[in-house]
Design a protein around this ligand. Structure first.
Ligand SMILES: *Cc1c(COP(=O)(O)O)cnc(C)c1O
Length: 386
């Protein structure tokens, strides 16, 4: 079998061997319910609280501010719906967000609009970055919540979170950030950055899928999303997924511990790849060159269909993404690239490559060989010349 180059770490990441090892006992002999009082149950409780501890520490938060969820999508739904329910009681019906949020934010905002909320989506400009003064200008008397992602999942651009948070705090508006792409990859400090609510997900930093967390700043009156038992201080019912929670904690610990070295390594590989690929005629980088996640490249190739490029790369053992989060079968270009003002033709010819700490220089060599050849082949087939 051909070797596979996995260059889609923004979609998901490989489970770390240490994470798997830490999880296994809880899928086998340590099967107790973490809420039971006998020792088998208590044995599952402690590692669960250790995991909460680790996550809190990596975010600069307190243990009691971390609530486990089934992942990033649930955390985003809970943050937005929970905040909206509470703020509506105070007559605050206006929410500010951006045009390039993850669908779990944008679709939730659509649902809230149907319930009578009004939503302002800030522009993200050609560089894929929100301007703080535009946030400040958009805040109204009835604004209750701002939700702006920490780093974008398609173009990798990093937002000026501390400045945005300070504006929200000053205007007494709750600030939520979808930090699913940032957690484990960037240093986060919820206190310094004035964050009230933050979502993260395990499988984006070598943890298991189906587990994440929502940070809820202490003092926020926040309703539950799932009613039932008393788990998660009565705010999120359901028997704890002990193995996944333990895995999440270990993954977070590893990511935080090796963050600087991982960043340096991914950036060096990414930059070499970028330099090589930009020498292809008609190749453009989407989003800011500097303020982006260290492993992220989002490129557009004139005269190419992104989907065809992906399929041909797949045949060569390369996993990448078109950067388009649209439903398969739809030929609409990425709404994220459209929000950056990328013209339709180039948005359709996009390729997202996201490298992580498990990628190697040899794999970069493979990408530098295969991608230009594939682009050239596709252009020949279409009779397109730069
Ligand atoms: C992956 C992702 C999500 C969704 O997380 P899940 O755990 O897969 O539900 C949300 N936001 C961003 C920015 C993401 O990249």
């Amino acid at each position: 079998m051909k070797p596979i180059v996995y260059a889609d770490n923004a979609a998901t990441t490989r489970l770390s061997p240490r994470v798997l090892e830490a999880m296994l006992p809880f899928l086998q002999e340590e099967y107790g319910n973490a809420s039971s009082l006998y020792s088998l149950g208590r044995k599952a409780r402690e590692p669960l609280e250790d995991s909460r501890n680790t996550i809190a520490r990596c975010l600069g938060a307190e243990n009691r501010e971390i609530f486990f969820t089934s992942g990033g999508s649930e955390a985003n739904n809970w943050a937005l719906k929970g905040a909206a329910a509470f703020l509506a009681q105070r007559g605050k019906y206006h929410i500010i967000s951006t045009a390039f949020e993850h669908p779990s934010v944008l679709r939730t905002l659509e649902a809230l609009k149907r319930e009578g909320f009004s939503v302002t989506l800030l522009p993200v400009h050609e560089n894929g970055i929100v301007r703080p003064q535009e946030l400040e200008r958009a805040i109204r008397e009835d604004t209750g919540l701002v939700s702006i992602m920490y780093a974008n999942n398609e173009v990798g651009t990093i937002q000026p979170i501390e400045e945005l948070g300070a504006i929200c705090r000053e205007h007494d508006v709750w600030f939520h950030t979808d930090a699913v792409q940032a957690a484990g990859a960037l240093p986060i400090d919820v206190v310094k950055e004035h964050i009230d609510l933050l979502s993260l997900s395990g499988h984006k930093f070598h943890g298991p899928k189906g587990i994440g967390a929502l940070y809820i700043r202490e003092g926020l009156r926040f309703p539950s999303l799932i009613d039932g038992g008393e788990q998660e201080s009565g705010r999120r019912a359901g028997t704890e997924n002990t193995a996944a929670i333990v895995g999440l904690g270990v993954a977070m610990e590893e990511a935080c511990q090796h963050r600087e070295e991982n960043t340096r390594k991914a950036r060096a590989m990414r930059d070499r790849l970028l330099t090589g690929l930009l020498s292809i005629p008609g190749c453009h980088l989407n989003g800011d060159r500097e303020h982006r996640l260290s492993g992220n490249l989002n490129l557009s190739f004139a005269g190419i269909e992104g989907e065809s490029l992906l399929l041909m790369l797949d045949m060569r053992g390369i996993c990448a993404s078109s950067g388009s989060a649209c439903a398969s079968g739809s030929r609409d270009p990425s709404y994220v690239l459209r929000a950056l003002g990328v013209e339709e033709e180039l948005a359709k010819g996009s390729l997202r490559l996201t490298l992580g700490d498990l990628n190697t220089e040899e794999e970069v060599d493979v990408l530098l060989r295969e991608i230009p050849a594939t682009v050239e082949r596709l252009r020949q087939l279409r009779g397109w010349r730069p």
